[in-house]
Design a protein around this ligand. Structure first.
Ligand SMILES: Cc1ncc(COP(=O)(O)O)c(C=O)c1O
Length: 392
């Protein structure tokens, strides 16, 4: 059942320290109010079961030291099996305050300063910054824009692996180009990594946000050998809009990888998660499925609205066919504007804030990323602002 009314609620997010709503002036360097369609969180309340679980914990009122109980692992194991047909063991799971911190841990645990780490641009900016801030070197095998979707240039990918790469940061599904990598693509990437002894870190934070008719396959689920070469990063944060609660999981069947990550945790004194993060994660994975299905249908409706609007009013823009996430990758190259001008146009003339394509590295020129995890009215307002900017 689609509970459209739930997702249509207009909830004012100001005065909650929302990065998306309250940091626009700094980010977009303007004094004007900008409609925020950028950072990847949603304007929706999470499943009621999550709020209830948090509320009952708040009611208890004592917030001493907490541990991550076995039931949290059970909930993750159950979710992976049910949603992704992936059988994992509870002791493959480690916890982390976020997927970006987990990328940092994996880099520190399994590579050395100066090592090369492979990414596929355009990609989520911390894929570059985490490599650089840990004194490792970015190796890039850019994705190829094949008009309506992106593909992997396997020759470039293999050349990069052979160029001394130690680790591959896979974004699956891929942010921002919205690809859900298919089994043959995953197998080919994994086999090349095995051949070249490259560790795979698969960021699968968006793996629950799959649009019809696509299907997410965890890369580690393809074979025992691939599993042993892989660290998979997942979280309830994107799926259920819980990013502020900072809880995520690191999954690997490889004992040695896990031991090395434990050493990093020990060095940082990172032994547990925030009490609320733990509770929300368990409740979401146990009780959030119906809400998620409703969310996905609502997002699909928002995407259809964008497509119709572009066809009718903005034929100069084209949308890369989204396979996952609520993040749309919009090709604005026909406007023939520099990136600086394109971004100024949307901010100054339209008063609407998107992520500039260039922030995702090579291949992002001429694109913007639009977040449609908001009410349909907000989507329409954003589109009208886009139109006003372009027609000006
Ligand atoms: C691919 C990807 N990984 C990680 C994150 C952020 O993860 P976290 O907030 O858990 O650090 C995002 C957020 O947009 C993302 O798109």
């Amino acid at each position: 059942m689609i509970i459209v009314d739930f997702f249509e609620q207009n909830i004012d997010r100001r005065n909650t320290s929302s990065v998306k709503w309250e940091r626009t002036k700094e980010v977009f360097k303007t004094d004007e109010d900008v409609l925020p369609m950028w950072v990847a969180d949603m304007d929706f309340r999470p499943p009621q079961a999550v709020i209830d679980a948090l509320q009952s914990r708040v009611e208890h009122g004592i917030f001493g030291y907490t541990f991550i109980g076995d039931t949290v692992g059970d909930a993750i194991v159950g979710w992976m099996s049910k949603r992704h047909n992936w059988t994992i063991e509870k002791d493959w799971i480690q916890y982390s305050s976020g997927v970006v911190p987990s990328i940092g841990k994996a880099i520190q645990a399994l590579t050395e300063p100066g090592d090369k780490i492979l990414v596929q641009s355009p990609v989520y900016p911390p894929f570059f910054s985490m490599v650089k801030s840990n004194d490792r070197v970015v190796e890039n095998a850019p994705l190829v824009n094949a008009e309506t979707r992106y593909e992997i240039d396997f020759d470039a990918f293999e050349r990069s692996l052979k160029n001394g790469v130690k680790m591959f940061l896979l974004c699956h599904p891929h942010n921002p180009v919205s690809r859900v990598w298919k089994e043959d693509e995953l197998r080919k990437m994994a086999e090349l990594c095995l051949e070249n002894d490259v560790i795979i870190v698969s960021d699968e934070i968006h793996s629950d946000l799959i649009l019809k008719p696509n299907k997410h396959i965890p890369i580690a689920s393809l074979s025992d050998e691939i599993s042993a070469q892989t660290i998979t990063l997942v979280a309830p944060s994107k799926t259920f809009n819980l990013a502020g609660l900072q809880s995520s999981a690191i999954i690997s069947s490889n004992d040695s990888f896990r031991k090395k990550i434990t050493t990093i945790d020990q060095q940082q004194g990172a032994f547990t998660l925030n009490a609320f993060g733990i509770i929300a994660m368990e409740a979401a994975y146990l009780k959030g499925e119906e809400w998620l299905e409703d969310l996905l249908r609502y997002i699909e409706g928002n995407i259809a609205t964008v497509k119709e609007f572009f066809a009718e009013h903005l034929p100069e823009l084209s949308l890369i066919e989204p396979e996952a996430t609520y993040l749309l990758w919009i090709d604005c190259r026909k406007l023939a504007l520099s990136d600086a001008k394109l971004n100024q146009l949307f901010i100054k003339e339209g008063k609407v804030g998107f992520n500039p394509g260039t922030s995702f590295g090579e291949g992002g020129e001429g694109f913007v990323r639009m977040n449609v995890a908001c009410t349909r009215n907000t989507v329409i307002e954003g589109l009208e602002r886009m139109k006003k900017a372009i027609k000006s």
